[in-house]
Write a protein that binds this ligand. Structure first.
Ligand code: MN
Ligand code: MN
Length: 479
């Protein structure tokens, strides 16, 4: 009896193996070897998160990481050959980096593209004012945030201030243990009757995102606005800043917290800004580690994705394409024709790598379980994005999707495929369409994230590590 039962089960397994597809589950993937490798990888990733909390800071971190690995500035090289490693800064906020392959660039590049800006609060051009003997800063939120998540938590101030003499001052206040932090105050529950009856989108209004920055008056009793002047006096003493300098500054308010292990078993990483620096870091590391191949390998790190990818540092900027053209010209050693440029783009294949929503056991109602990404199951692939009837989507061709996922299978890399939430629940999109519009083959994929766009986003260490492995496989093997 027992023997017969087992053979029945075996038969069923054999049929399933032949006919069915099921993504590998975290329980199968989390063996001791993988956990050890993921732990080792995550430490450096978390340092990168702490070092790069703004697009400018992450750009700086990325350039330093590339320089250490032997990359040099693209414009500093007249002729390039296979194995040469170059990078090109896009106005200090975006980056193009490449490792030259053996083949001609008209064969196209293998590109991993991520974005390095994150939702945050920007200071308004005229930020500083005083109200009832307190000094405050006006902000304008950047990207899709739930405003109520930004009150009553420690905040840091990062960015650049251009001084009157044209000098650039880089600021980071609130990260060192000895630094002060800043805060947006919230209403006490005792007086919150009306506030608590509001919709969540209105509980904290945009104009109430004012940051507390000072509470001691300027010592001169005869002047007005002593609390605002107290802060200006400090800024001037410590940094040489005047109010005029703030008008042209780019100052960003971000959570003051550091990246931390999450869970007793430390299976997760919690940090601000993992969207999309988790894909940016894993892509960079993959470019550094991948072996030189026929196809030239590249990474694009773009800015302004959270607000539509416009401007000279967003993915829409022609500068990313100029960098590709410059690379091609310096490899071929001749002036490029329009046809050479277009051939390179047409034959390029790209992973548009951005985080996707991970299935959250607290909110199963917004997910369609068969087509959701799950923590611990590896890189999440999205054939298309968009909202409602796939509005605004770029849809990867079946041929290309097949070639990428076959590669993942061949290399025994865990991957899963799905959509961002239920149909008509919302949606999203990223930089894929911009490069697809130019003519490249582009596929959306990335690390599943819990609490996306919050001040403390959560990823699985296994996913971070397996995503890095997927990018190495892509860069080394795409034909
Ligand atoms: Mn993103
Ligand atoms: Mn985002």
């Amino acid at each position: 009896m027992t023997a017969k039962k087992e053979s029945g089960k075996e038969k069923k397994n054999a049929i399933c193996e032949k006919l069915c597809f099921e993504a590998k589950k975290a329980a199968e993937l989390a063996d001791a070897h993988s956990i050890r490798a993921a732990e080792g990888f995550s430490g450096d990733y978390m340092k990168a998160l702490n070092a790069g909390k703004t697009e400018r800071e992450f750009h700086h971190f990325a350039v330093e990481m590339l320089k250490k690995a032997g990359f040099v500035e693209l414009s500093s090289q007249n002729r390039l050959k296979a194995g040469d490693k170059v990078y090109c800064s896009i106005h200090g906020k975006g980056l193009f980096a490449a490792v030259v392959g053996h083949g001609p660039l008209t064969d196209g590049l293998a590109i991993v593209g991520a974005h390095i800006d994150s939702p945050r609060l920007d200071l308004k051009p005229n930020p500083l004012y005083e109200d009832n003997e307190m000094a405050l800063l006006k902000t304008h939120y950047y990207g899709g945030i739930k405003k109520y998540q930004w009150v009553a938590i420690p905040l840091a101030l990062h960015g650049v201030v251009m001084l009157k003499n044209g000098e650039k001052l880089e600021l980071s206040i609130g990260e060192d243990e000895k630094d002060p932090v800043f805060v947006i105050t919230d209403l006490l529950p005792h007086l919150g009757k009306d506030q608590m009856a509001k919709k969540a989108s209105e509980v904290i209004e945009g104009e109430k995102l004012n940051v507390l920055i000072g509470g001691y008056p300027h010592p001169d009793k005869d002047i007005e606005k002593r609390f605002k002047l107290g802060v200006l006096q400090l800024l001037n003493e410590q940094y040489g800043i005047t109010e005029r300098d703030l008008l042209s500054a780019e100052l960003e308010i971000v959570p003051a917290s550091k990246a931390r292990d999450v869970g007793l078993d430390r299976a997760f990483i919690g940090a601000y800004g993992q969207d999309d620096r988790v894909c940016a870091y894993t892509a960079l590391k993959a470019l550094v580690d991948a072996k030189v191949q026929n196809k030239t390998q590249a990474v694009i790190l773009s800015d302004k994705e959270e607000v539509g990818s416009n401007g000279n540092t967003g993915a829409h900027s022609q500068l990313y394409f100029f960098a590709m053209n410059e690379l091609q010209a310096r490899v071929s050693g001749k002036e490029l024709s329009r046809l050479d440029e277009q051939r390179c783009i047409e034959n390029s294949c790209m992973l548009s790598t951005d985080v996707t929503a991970a299935f959250d056991p607290n909110y199963p109602e917004v997910m369609e379980p068969l087509n959701a990404a799950y923590c611990g199951r590896g890189i999440g692939v999205c054939k298309y994005t968009g909202s409602r009837g796939k509005g605004g989507t770029t849809d990867a061709n079946a041929e290309y999707l097949n070639s990428v996922t076959r590669l993942f299978d061949e290399k025994k890399l865990p991957w899963q495929i799905g959509e961002l939430g239920k149909v008509d629940q919302g949606g999203g999109g990223t930089i894929a369409y911009i490069f697809a519009n130019a003519g490249m083959q582009v596929l959306d994929c990335g690390v599943p994230v819990l609490s996306m766009h919050s001040c403390f986003e959560v990823t699985s260490k296994l996913d971070v590590y397996n995503t890095y492995r997927a990018y190495v496989a892509f860069l080394e093997n795409m034909k």
